[in-house]
Design a protein around this ligand. Structure first.
Ligand code: ZN
Length: 160
């Protein structure tokens, strides 16, 4: 059975950056299952997987515009340190939810100065080319619930 819109695909994958550094990887005993065509994974990887079958392997290079989009300079902002709760331990790499123009946004602290803190609302992988190595483990039809919910359920219909 081949991967097409509306089917559930299960894949083993390794995601690396331009330098070959591993960014993310599925555990050997926990491959990723997703509903194809539902936007569960980045569009470029979805395109590369269309038509593949169990046992197929592939490598694909996904540009930012088919992954997490370009970086936006205006999402990097300086905030007064005084805007954070007193005594709060603010350090680079910390993530928190902020209120953006279009709703809640996860931002990351990138720099902490004496008076100002730099925060970045870009997705950590924005602007990056993603390199995927994938092996297709399984392809199946979705259950009616999965199809109507637009995502995959766990074994026995477990919801996540
Ligand atoms: Zn559901």
């Amino acid at each position: 059975m081949e991967i097409m819109d509306g089917r559930v695909a299960t894949i083993h994958y390794t995601l690396t950056d331009d330098d070959g550094i591993v960014i993310d990887k599925s555990a050997p005993d926990a491959p990723l299952s997703y509903l194809h065509g539902a936007g569960n994974i980045v569009p470029g990887l979805e395109q590369a997987l269309t038509g593949k079958q169990p046992g197929d392997t592939l490598t694909t290079e996904v540009p930012p515009e088919l992954a997490y989009g370009p970086r936006h300079g205006q999402l990097v902002q300086q905030v007064a340190r005084a805007a954070f709760p007193e005594g709060a331990d603010i350090s680079p790499g910390m993530q928190f939810e902020a209120q953006g123009d279009r709703g809640p946004l996860v931002v990351m602290v990138t720099e902490v100065g004496e008076a100002e803190v730099t925060i970045d609302g870009n997705h950590p992988l924005a602007g990056r080319t993603l390199h995927f190595a994938v092996e297709v483990a399984d392809v199946r039809e979705p259950t009616a619930d999965e199809l109507s919910h637009g995502h995959v359920h766990g074994p026995g219909g477990a919801h996540h």
